[in-house]
Design a protein around this ligand. Structure first.
Ligand SMILES: NC(=O)c1ccc[n+]([C@@H]2O[C@H](COP(=O)([O-])OP(=O)(O)OC[C@H]3O[C@@H](n4cnc5c(N)ncnc54)[C@H](O)[C@@H]3O)[C@@H](O)[C@H]2O)c1
Ligand SMILES: O=P(O)(O)OC[C@H]1O[C@H](O[C@H]2[C@H](O)[C@@H](O)[C@@H](O)O[C@@H]2CO)[C@H](O)[C@@H](O)[C@@H]1O
Ligand SMILES: [Mn+2]
Length: 441
């Protein structure tokens, strides 16, 4: 059996140790000969990397492990690049969230003005990853889950249309895991779903078991009362803000009881509620810095100090095994049905063929084959047209270095009440992002 060489770009990510444990756990179906970490922050990555080295030595010593900030070393001799970079790290995420909130607008990592600011920071560095990969390992695939995935995907469609990049999001996977719990099933893999939308902006239209039985009625009656809140929850969403997001799906669902919604639609359909329930001084970025980031880095430091994981629990991010599903679909032509962010190209008949949509695809050796969705209703079509225009305007703004296009993008976001407010937010984001965004004219 062929063994693969993998580089994780964004090696210093809080998700890296859990993903490495997951890769070790899934070694039998996805054998790895070489695993490299790559980051542009040497100090941050070193802590994660030194602990990872110990994890690998203890669990799969046959994997050759290394870490680097040198692109040539990182991208030479690789089959898959798994990318989860956060350009500007949590310090910039905090500003993305807090600046819009000052003006009474949703402050969120990927939705609204914060997501737009993050998109303007991420386009260049993700394109850079593609270029490194193509220069040093032209046959490799880039599996990207760096955010904001919608804007990044539109940028890669336009700027690197022939590159081997697949954009994927774990939000539907997380929600489907909850759906399986609601239904009393062991795994989301027992579900057969149809879904359409944009990234962080979509709807399930069908959920069946493998025998074809309709599971929507049971799910709807749960979501109507509790949203996606399930007994026991899950280990990744212990913070109150996540619970609120899963619960609010109850109201999002009411806007179209024919479908089941993605949780992040709450930012577009209930922005007033979201703002009222946000703390302007302490946002999700603060929660993550005080929670996940602190915990992951403290745990890694303990592992390094004692030179082993003895008595220290490093959780396997089994939820992230969708990345292995994707890699094996490409490597072994498994033809697994997966939700990916791909060019619409007629899959949604009554929608812009050039839009990047999130839809089920059969994933093969040569890449994804999107399934036909057909026509979508006016409500969803209207919302998606507005949002896709925002995403396209951001990419226009980045390519043309246009202040005006970026102002239009923020103005058009459903989360923003007027062009005046859009301009105020834009001007403050622009100052905060100097050095990250292209110089706008
Ligand atoms: N698509 C999804 O479903 C999904 C799910 C979870 C997280 N994410 C994304 O994964 C990313 C990582 O999240 P996190 O919370 O662990 O962030 P993090 O800040 O802990 O890690 C990101 C790492 O990327 C590095 N980095 C930044 N710019 C880089 C560049 N140009 N080249 C190389 N490395 C660079 C940083 O130094 C940092 O170590 C984010 O983009 C996040 O939004 C996506
Ligand atoms: O606020 P964060 O950093 O905790 O999460 C932001 C990310 O939220 C989604 O990912 C979730 C996913 O939905 C869930 O199932 C589980 O795996 O945890 C992930 C991280 O909490 C979203 O899909 C990402 O794009 C966001 O970055
Ligand atoms: Mn996502």
């Amino acid at each position: 059996m062929k063994k693969f060489s993998v580089v994780i770009a964004g090696g210093g990510s809080t998700f890296t140790p859990g993903i490495i444990m997951m890769l070790i756990e899934n070694y039998d179906r996805f054998p790895i000969r070489k695993l490299k970490l790559y980051d542009n922050d040497k100090e941050r990555q070193e802590i994660i990397a030194k602990a990872s080295e110990i994890l690998i030595k203890e669990n799969k010593p046959e994997i050759e492990f290394s870490y680097t900030t040198d692109p040539q070393e990182a991208f030479t001799d690789v089959d898959f690049v798994m990318a989860h970079i956060r350009v500007g790290k949590y310090a910039m995420r905090e500003l993305d969230e807090k600046i819009p909130l000052k003006y009474g607008v949703v402050g969120q990592e990927t939705c609204g003005p914060g997501g737009i600011a993050y998109g303007m920071r991420s386009i260049g560095p993700v394109i850079e990853l593609i270029d490194y990969m193509e220069k040093y390992s032209p046959n490799a695939w880039l599996l990207n889950y760096s955010n904001p995935a919608a804007i990044v995907a539109e940028a890669t469609r336009r700027l690197r249309p022939n590159s081997k990049i697949l954009n994927i999001c774990d939000m539907p996977i997380g929600i489907e895991t909850r759906m399986a719990k609601i239904l009393g099933l062991n795994s989301r893999k027992e579900l057969d779903v149809m879904y359409y939308g944009l990234n962080h902006f979509g709807w399930w239209t069908e959920i069946r078991d493998k025998e074809g039985n309709d599971l929507m009625p049971k799910l709807k009656s749960h979501v109507e009362k509790y949203g996606y809140v399930v007994e026991g929850g899950d280990s990744q969403h212990v913070d109150p803000s996540w619970n609120d997001t899963f619960l609010k799906a109850r109201d999002v669902y009411k806007t179209d009881p024919d479908t089941l919604p993605n949780t992040y639609l709450k930012y577009y359909l209930f922005p007033d509620y979201v703002v009222q329930h946000s703390n302007k001084e302490y946002t999700r970025a603060n929660e993550v810095m005080d929670g996940r980031e602190k915990y992951v880095f403290e745990t890694c430091k303990k592992v390094i100090e004692q030179g082993s994981t003895k008595g220290i629990h490093v959780e396997i991010d089994e939820h992230a095994s969708y990345i292995v599903d994707l890699a094996t679909a490409i490597a072994y032509n498994t033809k697994e049905k997966m939700l990916l962010i791909v060019p619409n190209n007629g899959a949604i008949i009554n929608f812009d063929p050039t839009a990047m949509v999130e839809i089920p695809c059969i994933v093969e050796k040569t890449g994804p084959r999107p399934l036909v969705i057909g026509e979508i209703p006016r409500f969803q079509k209207g919302l998606m047209e507005q949002q896709v225009a925002v995403e396209k305007l951001v990419v226009d703004a980045w390519i043309e270095k246009s202040y005006h296009k970026l102002w239009q993008a923020i103005t058009l976001s459903k989360t923003v009440p007027s062009a005046t407010v859009a301009k105020q937010i834009l001007d403050e984001l622009l100052e905060a992002n100097r050095g990250y965004w292209p110089e706008l004219k």
